[in-house]
Write a protein that binds this ligand. Structure first.
Ligand SMILES: *Cc1c(COP(=O)(O)O)cnc(C)c1O
Length: 494
């Protein structure tokens, strides 16, 4: 069998060519000039391969990748759902892809209108009054929202308010964004179910509090029923409420942060609204605010008068957080996604995401330890195996799932439990897919009891088995030269 795992450099054969333009028998007037040869100062040591070698190499590499289009991807808190292809096609229309950001507004009225319409749709979905689509990611939206929060207090000459309350169950970006915005963080411990501890909150509410950041449902997938009370307490103390809506799947069409009492919201279009993510692809973290904060939104802003869209930045804006209008093609996908779902069907997203997570939770609780009983929202969290006598850890289970063709769930997050396994099935998976996954999870639990070594030594079916993650992070092999040096060292030791 041919070894296609070899890198392109290893497959190189001296003199083999992909294609050749020169030295053919057509008259020279037909030939293309070899400009490269005139510009090149020295020859570059490139691998010598046929075009077919290269095509096979990269096609095989792509097949080694795992994505939501090859299998089930239960990665909690990440919303790895299927993104309909129609939205990709619409975002790829040349009228969108060939726009230059400095084009005159009169020549891009359609795109600017989509900016306005999507802002209005998102405002309606989360219960806000105005939106900016400019931030490039969730964390970038958080920073934008916190800058608005800070400016709101400064404009009121309320200079003492420099602190942001963040529960310990929050996503790591929340305290990080607060720090980048130059605010101090007050971390409050959560209750045993990961909810806001009202007494702990009351104890820190003061005239130096700028606001509070919250995700609801929280990172355990549990909806905090005290949310109106929490918002009331923070508002009474003079603070603003920030909603981390990175993962909006459970709420879509069901409940609105604006109605719960939040003043600022960001949403991740690359999680909930049809842009594939993972691997650092393009994102978008629009920020919505209540009317009293709308004048502070960053520029450039898209305004409309008598049906004509133009670009302006209001005098009181916090300024720019991005060069232009953010990741245009990401918000075009979101617009297409919301329109194709329609107002009626968007409700089903929240319903199905929640039903799917609860189905997995209830089906697995005889084999996996469910630390918090009761209904969850879009995701559920287990604390390792129910039977703790096996020594099989959450990491072992995640690795064993790879052998069965599943992506691993989120593990060791949230930090509230020692052996967290966080599963988010999303609304796009069928009952059959979930049943197959549940059966495999049960098989792994059985193996853990009967043949723990199979689980502890997994994965067996993947190209590489367990790697030394610390060494891999500390000694990154990013070039072919690095690889040769590393192999030479290994051989020396042998
Ligand atoms: C993903 C996520 C974020 C961060 O979003 P990025 O686009 O990765 O910056 C923030 N909060 C929550 C709850 C998230 O799930």
């Amino acid at each position: 069998m041919l070894n296609y795992d070899r890198l392109v450099f290893e497959q190189s054969v001296k003199g083999r060519k992909g294609y050749s333009l020169l030295n053919n028998t057509y008259p020279s007037k037909y030939q293309m000039a070899d400009l490269g040869a005139k510009l090149r100062l020295k020859t570059v040591p490139l691998p010598e391969l046929s075009e077919l070698d290269v095509v096979r190499h990269y096609t095989l590499l792509s097949q080694k990748n795992f994505g939501v289009e090859t299998g089930f991807y239960p990665l909690g808190s990440c919303t790895m759902k299927y993104n309909p292809k129609i939205n990709e096609e619409l975002a790829a229309l040349p009228g969108f892809t060939r726009i230059h950001p400095l084009q005159y507004p009169s020549s891009i009225q359609g795109t600017l209108k989509i900016y306005r319409y999507l802002s209005e749709m998102l405002s309606e979905i989360v219960g806000m009054d105005a939106f900016t689509l400019n931030p490039f990611a969730g964390a970038h939206g958080e920073l934008t929202g916190l800058m608005i929060m800070k400016q709101y207090h400064l404009n009121r000459q309320d200079f003492k308010r420099t602190k942001v309350i963040v529960p310990d169950a929050a996503h790591g970006t929340n305290p990080a964004s607060s720090a980048v915005a130059g605010m101090d963080i007050i971390e409050i411990p959560s209750t045993a179910s990961g909810l806001v501890d009202i007494e702990q909150l009351k104890a820190v509410l003061n005239d130096d509090v700028a606001g509070m950041m919250l995700t609801n449902p929280n990172t355990l997938g549990i909806f905090d029923r005290n949310i109106c009370e929490i918002c009331r307490l923070v508002h009474e103390a003079g603070g603003l409420m920030y909603y981390d809506g990175a993962n909006l799947n459970a709420l879509l069409g069901q409940a609105r942060p604006g109605d719960m009492g939040f003043d600022i919201v960001h949403v991740n279009l690359h999680k909930t609204f049809s842009t594939p993510h993972g691997g650092g692809g393009p994102g978008s973290g629009p920020v919505g605010v209540k009317k009293k904060l709308a004048h502070l939104l960053p520029g450039p802003q898209v305004k409309e008068t008598d049906g004509f869209c133009y670009i302006e930045t209001s005098a009181e804006s916090i300024g720019r957080v991005s060069g232009f209008f953010g990741n245009t093609l990401v918000w075009i996908r979101a617009y297409a996604y919301i329109l194709t779902l329609g107002k009626e069907n968007i409700k089903q997203v929240g319903e199905l995401a929640t039903i799917n997570a609860n189905y997995v939770k209830e089906s697995l609780k005889d084999d996996y330890l469910l630390p918090i009983e009761g209904p969850c929202m879009h995701e559920c969290v287990f604390d390792g195996l129910l039977d703790k006598s096996t020594n099989v850890t959450t990491l072992d289970i995640a690795k064993r799932l790879l052998d069965f063709g599943y992506h691993a769930p989120t593990i060791y997050f949230p930090l509230l439990f020692h052996q967290s396994i966080m599963i988010e099935p999303t609304e796009t998976e069928s009952k059959q897919t979930l049943d197959d996954f549940i059966a495999v999870m049960k098989t792994v639990a059985k193996e853990a009891k009967e043949h723990p070594d199979i689980v502890k030594e997994a994965p067996h079916a993947t190209l590489v088995s367990r790697i030394d993650e610390v060494y891999a992070a500390k000694k990154m092999i990013l070039t072919y030269q690095d690889l040769l040096e590393e192999n030479a060292k290994i051989n020396e030791v042998k």
